[in-house]
Design a protein around this ligand. Sequence first.
Ligand SMILES: Cc1cc2nc3c(=O)[nH]c(=O)nc-3n(C[C@H](O)[C@H](O)[C@H](O)COP(=O)(O)OP(=O)(O)OC[C@H]3O[C@@H](n4cnc5c(N)ncnc54)[C@H](O)[C@@H]3O)c2cc1C
Length: 475
Amino acid sequence: MTKVIVVGAGAAGLKAASDLLDVGLQVDLIEARDRLGGRAFTDTSMGVPIDLGCQWLHDAPDNPWVVEAKRLKIKTFKQVKDDFYFDPADLSVARSKECRKRVESLEGQIESALTNDHTDSAAANAVTSAKLASGDPWYPVAEARVAGLEESAELSEFSAIDHHAEDVELPYEFEPSYGNGHNYLPHGGYGALIEAYGKDLIARHGDKGTKRLSVFLARQVTQVHRASNALTVKSQKVSGGSALQFKPRAVLLAVPTSIIAAQKLKFVPPLPLATSRAFAKLPLGHFKKVALQFTHDIFSVESYATKISLEKLEELRKTFPKVQKDDEVWPLPPSKSKHTWKFISNLHGKNVVVGFVGGALAKQLEQESDNAVIQHALDRLTTTLGPVLGPHVKGMYAKRAVVSRWDTDPWSLGAYSYTAPGGKGARSHLYQQPMSDELIFFAGEALWQNSYGTAHGAYYTGAAAAAAMLEALGY
Ligand SMILES: Cc1cc2nc3c(=O)[nH]c(=O)nc-3n(C[C@H](O)[C@H](O)[C@H](O)COP(=O)(O)OP(=O)(O)OC[C@H]3O[C@@H](n4cnc5c(N)ncnc54)[C@H](O)[C@@H]3O)c2cc1C
Protein backbone atom coordinates (compact mmCIF):
# COMPACT_ATOMS: atom_id res chain seq x y z
CA MET A 1 0.00 0.00 0.00
CA THR A 2 1.35 3.45 -0.89
CA LYS A 3 2.39 5.33 2.21
CA VAL A 4 2.58 9.10 2.28
CA ILE A 5 3.07 11.78 4.90
CA VAL A 6 1.06 14.91 5.58
CA VAL A 7 2.75 17.45 7.84
CA GLY A 8 0.43 19.86 9.68
CA ALA A 9 -3.07 19.10 10.99
CA GLY A 10 -4.64 22.48 10.24
CA ALA A 11 -7.46 23.05 7.76
CA ALA A 12 -5.21 22.35 4.75
CA GLY A 13 -3.46 19.25 6.12
CA LEU A 14 -6.67 17.64 7.38
CA LYS A 15 -8.43 18.13 4.05
CA ALA A 16 -5.40 16.76 2.17
CA ALA A 17 -5.22 13.71 4.47
CA SER A 18 -8.92 13.09 3.97
CA ASP A 19 -8.63 13.10 0.17
CA LEU A 20 -5.57 10.84 0.23
CA LEU A 21 -7.31 8.38 2.55
CA ASP A 22 -10.42 8.41 0.38
CA VAL A 23 -8.54 6.76 -2.49
CA GLY A 24 -6.94 4.10 -0.32
CA LEU A 25 -3.51 5.52 0.59
CA GLN A 26 -1.87 5.00 3.97
CA VAL A 27 -1.27 8.36 5.64
CA ASP A 28 0.99 9.38 8.52
CA LEU A 29 -0.19 12.78 9.74
CA ILE A 30 2.47 14.58 11.77
CA GLU A 31 1.52 17.62 13.85
CA ALA A 32 3.71 19.72 16.13
CA ARG A 33 0.91 20.83 18.46
CA ASP A 34 -0.78 18.50 20.91
CA ARG A 35 -4.12 19.18 19.23
CA LEU A 36 -5.74 19.28 15.77
CA GLY A 37 -6.81 22.49 13.98
CA GLY A 38 -3.71 24.72 13.80
CA ARG A 39 -4.84 28.34 13.52
CA ALA A 40 -8.41 27.20 14.07
CA PHE A 41 -8.94 27.06 17.82
CA THR A 42 -12.04 27.65 19.94
CA ASP A 43 -11.66 28.59 23.61
CA THR A 44 -14.64 27.69 25.81
CA SER A 45 -13.32 28.80 29.21
CA MET A 46 -15.95 31.56 29.51
CA GLY A 47 -18.93 29.37 28.68
CA VAL A 48 -19.21 30.77 25.16
CA PRO A 49 -17.24 29.67 22.09
CA ILE A 50 -14.46 32.18 21.48
CA ASP A 51 -12.50 31.64 18.30
CA LEU A 52 -8.96 32.82 18.79
CA GLY A 53 -8.16 32.04 15.16
CA CYS A 54 -10.65 31.75 12.31
CA GLN A 55 -14.18 32.72 13.29
CA TRP A 56 -16.31 33.50 10.23
CA LEU A 57 -17.20 31.11 7.45
CA HIS A 58 -16.70 33.69 4.70
CA ASP A 59 -18.30 33.36 1.26
CA ALA A 60 -21.02 31.13 2.63
CA PRO A 61 -23.10 29.17 1.83
CA ASP A 62 -20.63 27.84 -0.79
CA ASN A 63 -17.79 27.72 1.74
CA PRO A 64 -16.73 24.03 1.82
CA TRP A 65 -16.57 24.11 5.63
CA VAL A 66 -20.32 24.82 5.63
CA VAL A 67 -20.77 21.66 3.61
CA GLU A 68 -18.49 19.70 5.96
CA ALA A 69 -20.38 21.09 8.98
CA LYS A 70 -23.62 19.77 7.51
CA ARG A 71 -22.05 16.33 7.04
CA LEU A 72 -20.83 16.38 10.64
CA LYS A 73 -24.28 17.55 11.84
CA ILE A 74 -22.86 20.81 13.19
CA LYS A 75 -25.25 23.69 12.72
CA THR A 76 -24.12 26.90 11.06
CA PHE A 77 -26.02 30.15 11.04
CA LYS A 78 -25.92 33.34 9.02
CA GLN A 79 -24.33 36.24 10.88
CA VAL A 80 -26.84 38.99 11.48
CA LYS A 81 -25.20 42.15 12.73
CA ASP A 82 -25.08 45.89 12.51
CA ASP A 83 -22.04 48.20 12.65
CA PHE A 84 -21.83 51.23 14.93
CA TYR A 85 -19.31 54.07 14.94
CA PHE A 86 -18.69 55.53 18.37
CA ASP A 87 -17.52 59.12 18.69
CA PRO A 88 -17.20 59.57 22.49
CA ALA A 89 -18.08 63.25 22.16
CA ASP A 90 -21.46 62.41 20.62
CA LEU A 91 -22.74 58.88 21.19
CA SER A 92 -25.91 59.27 19.16
CA VAL A 93 -27.38 57.13 16.39
CA ALA A 94 -27.22 60.11 14.04
CA ARG A 95 -23.50 60.66 14.65
CA SER A 96 -22.82 56.93 14.27
CA LYS A 97 -24.47 56.97 10.84
CA GLU A 98 -22.53 60.07 9.80
CA CYS A 99 -19.21 58.49 10.87
CA ARG A 100 -20.07 55.25 9.13
CA LYS A 101 -20.48 57.11 5.83
CA ARG A 102 -17.17 58.86 6.38
CA VAL A 103 -15.30 55.62 7.06
CA GLU A 104 -16.90 53.88 4.07
CA SER A 105 -15.94 56.73 1.79
CA LEU A 106 -12.33 56.80 3.04
CA GLU A 107 -12.10 53.03 2.74
CA GLY A 108 -13.36 53.23 -0.85
CA GLN A 109 -10.66 55.81 -1.63
CA ILE A 110 -7.90 53.62 -0.18
CA GLU A 111 -9.20 50.57 -2.07
CA SER A 112 -9.28 52.41 -5.38
CA ALA A 113 -5.77 53.82 -4.83
CA LEU A 114 -4.59 50.23 -4.40
CA THR A 115 -6.53 49.00 -7.43
CA ASN A 116 -4.89 51.67 -9.59
CA ASP A 117 -1.42 50.68 -8.47
CA HIS A 118 0.36 48.15 -10.67
CA THR A 119 3.88 48.34 -9.28
CA ASP A 120 4.17 45.49 -6.75
CA SER A 121 5.53 48.03 -4.27
CA ALA A 122 4.23 48.81 -0.77
CA ALA A 123 0.54 49.72 -0.62
CA ALA A 124 1.56 52.85 1.32
CA ASN A 125 3.11 54.31 -1.87
CA ALA A 126 -0.19 54.06 -3.70
CA VAL A 127 -2.03 55.75 -0.86
CA THR A 128 0.56 58.52 -0.55
CA SER A 129 0.46 59.31 -4.24
CA ALA A 130 -3.35 59.37 -4.19
CA LYS A 131 -3.11 62.16 -1.55
CA LEU A 132 -5.95 60.87 0.59
CA ALA A 133 -7.44 62.77 3.51
CA SER A 134 -5.28 60.97 6.04
CA GLY A 135 -5.74 63.86 8.50
CA ASP A 136 -9.39 62.86 8.95
CA PRO A 137 -9.89 61.55 12.52
CA TRP A 138 -11.69 58.48 11.11
CA TYR A 139 -8.93 57.72 8.59
CA PRO A 140 -7.13 55.17 10.86
CA VAL A 141 -10.32 53.10 10.99
CA ALA A 142 -10.61 53.03 7.20
CA GLU A 143 -6.93 52.13 6.91
CA ALA A 144 -7.19 49.39 9.54
CA ARG A 145 -10.08 47.82 7.63
CA VAL A 146 -8.00 47.59 4.47
CA ALA A 147 -4.63 46.88 6.09
CA GLY A 148 -4.29 45.80 9.74
CA LEU A 149 -7.52 43.85 9.99
CA GLU A 150 -7.73 42.46 6.44
CA GLU A 151 -4.06 41.83 5.68
CA SER A 152 -2.79 41.65 9.30
CA ALA A 153 -0.08 44.09 8.13
CA GLU A 154 0.44 47.82 7.65
CA LEU A 155 0.15 49.53 4.24
CA SER A 156 3.94 49.90 4.28
CA GLU A 157 4.37 46.13 4.59
CA PHE A 158 2.23 44.52 1.89
CA SER A 159 2.23 44.78 -1.87
CA ALA A 160 -0.58 46.82 -3.41
CA ILE A 161 -0.74 44.54 -6.39
CA ASP A 162 -1.45 41.43 -4.38
CA HIS A 163 -4.31 43.05 -2.47
CA HIS A 164 -6.25 43.28 -5.69
CA ALA A 165 -4.62 40.55 -7.73
CA GLU A 166 -6.94 38.94 -10.20
CA ASP A 167 -8.16 35.48 -9.27
CA VAL A 168 -5.81 33.12 -11.05
CA GLU A 169 -6.66 30.18 -13.26
CA LEU A 170 -5.73 27.24 -11.12
CA PRO A 171 -4.92 23.74 -12.28
CA TYR A 172 -7.30 22.20 -9.76
CA GLU A 173 -10.56 24.09 -9.32
CA PHE A 174 -12.99 22.76 -6.78
CA GLU A 175 -15.52 25.35 -5.91
CA PRO A 176 -18.41 25.96 -8.23
CA SER A 177 -18.67 29.64 -7.32
CA TYR A 178 -17.72 32.07 -4.64
CA GLY A 179 -20.87 32.18 -2.54
CA ASN A 180 -22.77 35.35 -2.04
CA GLY A 181 -20.44 37.09 0.36
CA HIS A 182 -22.35 36.17 3.50
CA ASN A 183 -20.57 35.30 6.68
CA TYR A 184 -21.81 32.28 8.58
CA LEU A 185 -20.79 31.09 12.03
CA PRO A 186 -20.60 27.48 13.17
CA HIS A 187 -22.41 26.63 16.41
CA GLY A 188 -19.66 25.92 18.91
CA GLY A 189 -16.98 27.81 16.95
CA TYR A 190 -14.90 27.41 13.79
CA GLY A 191 -11.99 25.84 15.70
CA ALA A 192 -14.33 23.23 17.14
CA LEU A 193 -15.68 22.49 13.65
CA ILE A 194 -12.23 21.86 12.17
CA GLU A 195 -11.25 19.79 15.19
CA ALA A 196 -14.44 17.73 14.76
CA TYR A 197 -13.52 17.21 11.10
CA GLY A 198 -10.12 15.84 12.18
CA LYS A 199 -11.64 13.61 14.86
CA ASP A 200 -14.11 12.21 12.36
CA LEU A 201 -11.20 11.39 10.05
CA ILE A 202 -9.45 9.54 12.89
CA ALA A 203 -12.65 7.66 13.77
CA ARG A 204 -13.05 6.49 10.16
CA HIS A 205 -9.43 5.74 9.32
CA GLY A 206 -7.56 5.31 12.62
CA ASP A 207 -7.19 2.19 14.76
CA LYS A 208 -10.93 1.72 15.03
CA GLY A 209 -11.51 2.30 11.33
CA THR A 210 -9.59 1.36 8.19
CA LYS A 211 -6.27 1.54 10.13
CA ARG A 212 -4.73 3.50 7.27
CA LEU A 213 -4.25 6.73 9.27
CA SER A 214 -1.67 7.22 12.02
CA VAL A 215 -1.65 10.59 13.76
CA PHE A 216 1.48 11.79 15.54
CA LEU A 217 0.74 14.77 17.79
CA ALA A 218 3.33 16.94 19.57
CA ARG A 219 5.89 15.80 16.98
CA GLN A 220 7.68 18.27 14.74
CA VAL A 221 9.13 17.56 11.33
CA THR A 222 12.63 19.00 11.23
CA GLN A 223 13.94 17.92 7.85
CA VAL A 224 12.85 16.61 4.49
CA HIS A 225 15.76 14.79 2.85
CA ARG A 226 15.58 13.84 -0.79
CA ALA A 227 18.06 11.55 -2.55
CA SER A 228 17.04 10.85 -6.13
CA ASN A 229 13.60 9.21 -5.73
CA ALA A 230 13.87 8.41 -2.03
CA LEU A 231 12.51 10.64 0.71
CA THR A 232 13.42 10.65 4.37
CA VAL A 233 11.32 12.77 6.69
CA LYS A 234 13.01 13.45 10.01
CA SER A 235 11.00 14.32 13.09
CA GLN A 236 11.33 14.64 16.83
CA LYS A 237 9.03 14.99 19.82
CA VAL A 238 8.44 18.69 20.55
CA SER A 239 9.21 18.11 24.21
CA GLY A 240 12.65 16.85 23.12
CA GLY A 241 14.22 13.52 22.23
CA SER A 242 12.50 10.60 20.54
CA ALA A 243 13.61 11.12 16.94
CA LEU A 244 11.64 9.24 14.29
CA GLN A 245 12.40 8.88 10.60
CA PHE A 246 9.78 8.15 7.96
CA LYS A 247 10.35 6.88 4.42
CA PRO A 248 7.20 7.84 2.51
CA ARG A 249 6.59 7.73 -1.25
CA ALA A 250 5.71 11.44 -1.12
CA VAL A 251 5.25 14.19 1.45
CA LEU A 252 2.66 16.98 1.62
CA LEU A 253 3.72 19.94 3.73
CA ALA A 254 0.75 21.90 5.07
CA VAL A 255 2.66 24.12 7.50
CA PRO A 256 2.56 27.93 7.53
CA THR A 257 4.89 29.67 5.04
CA SER A 258 6.56 31.39 8.02
CA ILE A 259 7.81 28.01 9.31
CA ILE A 260 9.57 27.20 6.05
CA ALA A 261 10.90 30.75 5.61
CA ALA A 262 12.34 30.62 9.15
CA GLN A 263 13.95 27.24 8.30
CA LYS A 264 12.31 25.55 11.26
CA LEU A 265 11.77 22.81 8.72
CA LYS A 266 14.80 22.27 6.50
CA PHE A 267 15.28 20.73 3.08
CA VAL A 268 18.26 18.69 1.93
CA PRO A 269 19.13 19.56 -0.78
CA PRO A 270 17.76 23.08 -0.31
CA LEU A 271 14.60 24.15 -2.10
CA PRO A 272 15.06 25.76 -5.53
CA LEU A 273 15.79 29.47 -5.16
CA ALA A 274 12.48 30.61 -6.68
CA THR A 275 10.56 28.41 -4.24
CA SER A 276 12.38 29.53 -1.11
CA ARG A 277 12.07 33.14 -2.30
CA ALA A 278 8.30 32.67 -2.68
CA PHE A 279 8.07 31.40 0.92
CA ALA A 280 10.07 34.40 2.15
CA LYS A 281 7.69 36.78 0.35
CA LEU A 282 4.65 35.38 2.18
CA PRO A 283 5.16 36.20 5.86
CA LEU A 284 2.37 35.99 8.42
CA GLY A 285 1.19 39.31 9.86
CA HIS A 286 -0.05 40.39 13.27
CA PHE A 287 -3.59 40.12 14.59
CA LYS A 288 -4.71 40.03 18.18
CA LYS A 289 -8.03 39.17 19.80
CA VAL A 290 -8.92 39.94 23.40
CA ALA A 291 -12.16 38.56 24.85
CA LEU A 292 -13.34 40.16 28.10
CA GLN A 293 -16.29 39.03 30.20
CA PHE A 294 -18.43 41.63 31.97
CA THR A 295 -21.19 41.36 34.54
CA HIS A 296 -23.52 43.32 32.23
CA ASP A 297 -23.86 44.21 28.57
CA ILE A 298 -21.65 47.31 28.51
CA PHE A 299 -23.08 48.53 25.18
CA SER A 300 -26.62 48.76 26.58
CA VAL A 301 -27.55 51.98 28.43
CA GLU A 302 -29.83 49.93 30.69
CA SER A 303 -26.75 48.37 32.27
CA TYR A 304 -25.90 51.81 33.69
CA ALA A 305 -29.37 52.46 35.18
CA THR A 306 -28.18 52.40 38.79
CA LYS A 307 -24.95 54.20 38.03
CA ILE A 308 -25.93 57.43 36.30
CA SER A 309 -28.59 60.04 36.99
CA LEU A 310 -32.13 59.38 35.81
CA GLU A 311 -31.92 62.51 33.72
CA LYS A 312 -28.83 61.29 31.85
CA LEU A 313 -30.36 57.84 31.46
CA GLU A 314 -33.51 59.28 29.89
CA GLU A 315 -31.46 61.40 27.53
CA LEU A 316 -29.30 58.45 26.45
CA ARG A 317 -32.35 56.20 26.01
CA LYS A 318 -33.51 58.58 23.28
CA THR A 319 -30.23 58.89 21.38
CA PHE A 320 -27.85 56.02 22.18
CA PRO A 321 -27.62 53.31 19.46
CA LYS A 322 -29.46 50.06 20.14
CA VAL A 323 -26.41 47.82 19.99
CA GLN A 324 -27.53 44.18 19.91
CA LYS A 325 -25.58 41.04 20.68
CA ASP A 326 -22.84 40.30 18.11
CA ASP A 327 -22.97 43.82 16.60
CA GLU A 328 -19.69 45.53 15.78
CA VAL A 329 -18.52 48.75 17.42
CA TRP A 330 -15.83 50.89 15.76
CA PRO A 331 -14.49 53.53 18.13
CA LEU A 332 -12.98 56.83 17.01
CA PRO A 333 -9.23 56.40 17.59
CA PRO A 334 -7.71 58.79 20.16
CA SER A 335 -6.29 61.87 18.47
CA LYS A 336 -2.81 61.40 17.00
CA SER A 337 -3.22 57.63 17.23
CA LYS A 338 -2.77 55.68 14.02
CA HIS A 339 -4.20 52.54 15.54
CA THR A 340 -7.69 51.31 15.91
CA TRP A 341 -9.73 48.63 17.62
CA LYS A 342 -12.92 46.90 16.60
CA PHE A 343 -15.18 45.40 19.25
CA ILE A 344 -17.84 42.72 18.99
CA SER A 345 -20.50 43.52 21.52
CA ASN A 346 -22.06 41.01 23.88
CA LEU A 347 -20.86 37.86 22.07
CA HIS A 348 -23.79 35.43 21.69
CA GLY A 349 -25.57 37.26 24.54
CA LYS A 350 -22.98 36.30 27.21
CA ASN A 351 -21.68 39.78 28.12
CA VAL A 352 -18.38 38.98 26.42
CA VAL A 353 -16.79 41.75 24.39
CA VAL A 354 -14.16 40.73 21.85
CA GLY A 355 -11.57 43.33 20.83
CA PHE A 356 -9.65 43.02 17.54
CA VAL A 357 -6.44 44.76 16.52
CA GLY A 358 -4.27 44.11 13.48
CA GLY A 359 -0.90 45.22 12.15
CA ALA A 360 1.59 47.30 14.16
CA LEU A 361 -0.50 47.65 17.32
CA ALA A 362 -1.08 43.89 17.42
CA LYS A 363 2.67 43.38 17.01
CA GLN A 364 3.36 45.79 19.85
CA LEU A 365 0.75 44.21 22.16
CA GLU A 366 2.20 40.77 21.50
CA GLN A 367 5.33 41.90 23.37
CA GLU A 368 3.25 42.75 26.46
CA SER A 369 1.81 40.53 29.20
CA ASP A 370 -1.80 39.32 29.01
CA ASN A 371 -2.66 41.66 31.89
CA ALA A 372 -1.21 44.66 30.07
CA VAL A 373 -3.18 43.74 26.93
CA ILE A 374 -6.39 43.38 28.97
CA GLN A 375 -5.79 46.81 30.54
CA HIS A 376 -5.21 48.29 27.10
CA ALA A 377 -8.54 46.88 25.89
CA LEU A 378 -10.35 48.09 29.03
CA ASP A 379 -8.87 51.58 28.57
CA ARG A 380 -10.08 51.66 24.96
CA LEU A 381 -13.58 50.56 26.00
CA THR A 382 -13.60 53.23 28.71
CA THR A 383 -12.79 56.02 26.25
CA THR A 384 -15.09 54.52 23.60
CA LEU A 385 -18.11 54.80 25.87
CA GLY A 386 -17.55 58.49 26.57
CA PRO A 387 -17.38 60.57 29.76
CA VAL A 388 -20.78 59.51 31.18
CA LEU A 389 -20.75 55.71 30.69
CA GLY A 390 -17.02 55.07 30.25
CA PRO A 391 -15.99 55.52 33.92
CA HIS A 392 -18.28 52.59 34.89
CA VAL A 393 -16.88 50.08 32.39
CA LYS A 394 -14.00 48.76 34.48
CA GLY A 395 -16.34 48.22 37.45
CA MET A 396 -18.37 45.79 35.31
CA TYR A 397 -15.33 43.76 34.20
CA ALA A 398 -15.82 40.23 35.57
CA LYS A 399 -12.05 39.61 35.59
CA ARG A 400 -12.25 36.84 33.06
CA ALA A 401 -10.42 37.22 29.77
CA VAL A 402 -8.75 35.31 26.96
CA VAL A 403 -5.94 36.78 24.87
CA SER A 404 -4.70 35.30 21.59
CA ARG A 405 -0.96 35.01 20.86
CA TRP A 406 -0.25 33.97 17.30
CA ASP A 407 2.98 35.95 16.74
CA THR A 408 4.84 34.18 19.49
CA ASP A 409 3.22 30.83 18.77
CA PRO A 410 6.16 28.70 17.58
CA TRP A 411 3.97 26.79 15.10
CA SER A 412 2.51 29.76 13.29
CA LEU A 413 4.92 32.67 13.90
CA GLY A 414 2.15 35.11 12.96
CA ALA A 415 -1.54 35.38 12.15
CA TYR A 416 -2.18 35.04 8.41
CA SER A 417 -0.25 35.66 5.23
CA TYR A 418 0.29 38.84 3.28
CA THR A 419 2.48 39.41 0.24
CA ALA A 420 5.56 41.50 0.92
CA PRO A 421 6.45 44.09 -1.77
CA GLY A 422 8.11 42.38 -4.71
CA GLY A 423 6.24 39.17 -3.99
CA LYS A 424 3.89 39.22 -6.95
CA GLY A 425 3.07 35.69 -8.05
CA ALA A 426 4.54 34.04 -4.93
CA ARG A 427 1.24 32.42 -3.97
CA SER A 428 0.53 30.89 -7.34
CA HIS A 429 4.19 29.87 -7.76
CA LEU A 430 3.91 27.68 -4.66
CA TYR A 431 0.44 26.51 -5.53
CA GLN A 432 1.19 25.50 -9.09
CA GLN A 433 4.66 24.07 -8.79
CA PRO A 434 5.09 20.88 -6.88
CA MET A 435 8.79 20.02 -6.72
CA SER A 436 10.10 18.98 -10.11
CA ASP A 437 10.60 15.37 -9.07
CA GLU A 438 7.03 15.38 -7.74
CA LEU A 439 7.75 13.97 -4.32
CA ILE A 440 7.15 17.11 -2.28
CA PHE A 441 3.89 19.06 -2.29
CA PHE A 442 2.79 22.21 -0.47
CA ALA A 443 -0.54 23.39 0.91
CA GLY A 444 -1.81 26.08 3.29
CA GLU A 445 -3.84 29.29 3.31
CA ALA A 446 -1.01 31.40 1.88
CA LEU A 447 -1.08 29.48 -1.38
CA TRP A 448 -4.69 30.29 -2.24
CA GLN A 449 -4.54 33.48 -4.28
CA ASN A 450 -8.29 33.87 -4.47
CA SER A 451 -9.00 33.94 -0.71
CA TYR A 452 -5.71 33.84 1.16
CA GLY A 453 -5.79 34.17 4.93
CA THR A 454 -8.91 32.01 5.22
CA ALA A 455 -9.74 28.53 6.43
CA HIS A 456 -11.65 27.70 3.24
CA GLY A 457 -8.64 28.86 1.19
CA ALA A 458 -6.54 26.43 3.23
CA TYR A 459 -9.08 23.67 2.53
CA TYR A 460 -8.87 24.22 -1.24
CA THR A 461 -5.06 24.12 -1.21
CA GLY A 462 -5.20 20.85 0.75
CA ALA A 463 -7.50 19.40 -1.88
CA ALA A 464 -5.33 20.71 -4.72
CA ALA A 465 -2.06 19.41 -3.26
CA ALA A 466 -3.63 15.99 -2.59
CA ALA A 467 -4.90 15.87 -6.19
CA ALA A 468 -1.45 16.79 -7.53
CA MET A 469 0.17 14.13 -5.36
CA LEU A 470 -2.31 11.46 -6.48
CA GLU A 471 -1.65 12.33 -10.10
CA ALA A 472 2.12 12.10 -9.54
CA LEU A 473 1.70 8.71 -7.87
CA GLY A 474 -0.35 7.47 -10.79
CA TYR A 475 -3.76 7.34 -9.08
C1 LIG B 1 -6.65 35.84 14.57
C2 LIG B 1 -7.07 35.13 13.31
C3 LIG B 1 -8.33 35.35 12.80
C4 LIG B 1 -8.74 34.68 11.64
N1 LIG B 1 -10.03 34.84 11.18
C5 LIG B 1 -10.45 34.09 10.13
C6 LIG B 1 -11.83 34.06 9.77
O1 LIG B 1 -12.67 34.70 10.41
N2 LIG B 1 -12.21 33.28 8.71
C7 LIG B 1 -11.31 32.52 8.00
O2 LIG B 1 -11.71 31.83 7.06
N3 LIG B 1 -10.00 32.51 8.35
C8 LIG B 1 -9.56 33.26 9.39
N4 LIG B 1 -8.26 33.18 9.80
C9 LIG B 1 -7.30 32.40 8.98
C10 LIG B 1 -7.39 30.89 9.21
O3 LIG B 1 -7.39 30.61 10.58
C11 LIG B 1 -6.18 30.25 8.55
O4 LIG B 1 -6.07 30.71 7.22
C12 LIG B 1 -6.27 28.72 8.51
O5 LIG B 1 -6.70 28.18 9.74
C13 LIG B 1 -4.89 28.20 8.13
O6 LIG B 1 -4.92 26.80 7.94
P1 LIG B 1 -3.62 26.06 7.43
O7 LIG B 1 -3.92 24.63 7.45
O8 LIG B 1 -3.15 26.69 6.18
O9 LIG B 1 -2.50 26.42 8.52
P2 LIG B 1 -2.45 26.08 10.15
O10 LIG B 1 -3.84 26.09 10.64
O11 LIG B 1 -1.49 27.02 10.65
O12 LIG B 1 -1.95 24.60 10.12
C14 LIG B 1 -0.60 24.28 9.99
C15 LIG B 1 -0.23 23.23 11.02
O13 LIG B 1 1.15 22.88 10.85
C16 LIG B 1 1.70 22.63 12.13
N5 LIG B 1 3.16 22.73 12.04
C17 LIG B 1 3.93 23.82 11.87
N6 LIG B 1 5.23 23.50 11.79
C18 LIG B 1 5.29 22.15 11.91
C19 LIG B 1 6.36 21.22 11.89
N7 LIG B 1 7.63 21.59 11.72
N8 LIG B 1 6.07 19.91 12.06
C20 LIG B 1 4.79 19.50 12.23
N9 LIG B 1 3.74 20.35 12.25
C21 LIG B 1 3.98 21.66 12.08
C22 LIG B 1 1.06 23.71 13.00
O14 LIG B 1 1.11 23.38 14.37
C23 LIG B 1 -0.37 23.73 12.45
O15 LIG B 1 -1.23 22.89 13.17
C24 LIG B 1 -7.84 33.82 10.97
C25 LIG B 1 -6.57 33.59 11.49
C26 LIG B 1 -6.18 34.23 12.66
C27 LIG B 1 -4.82 33.95 13.22
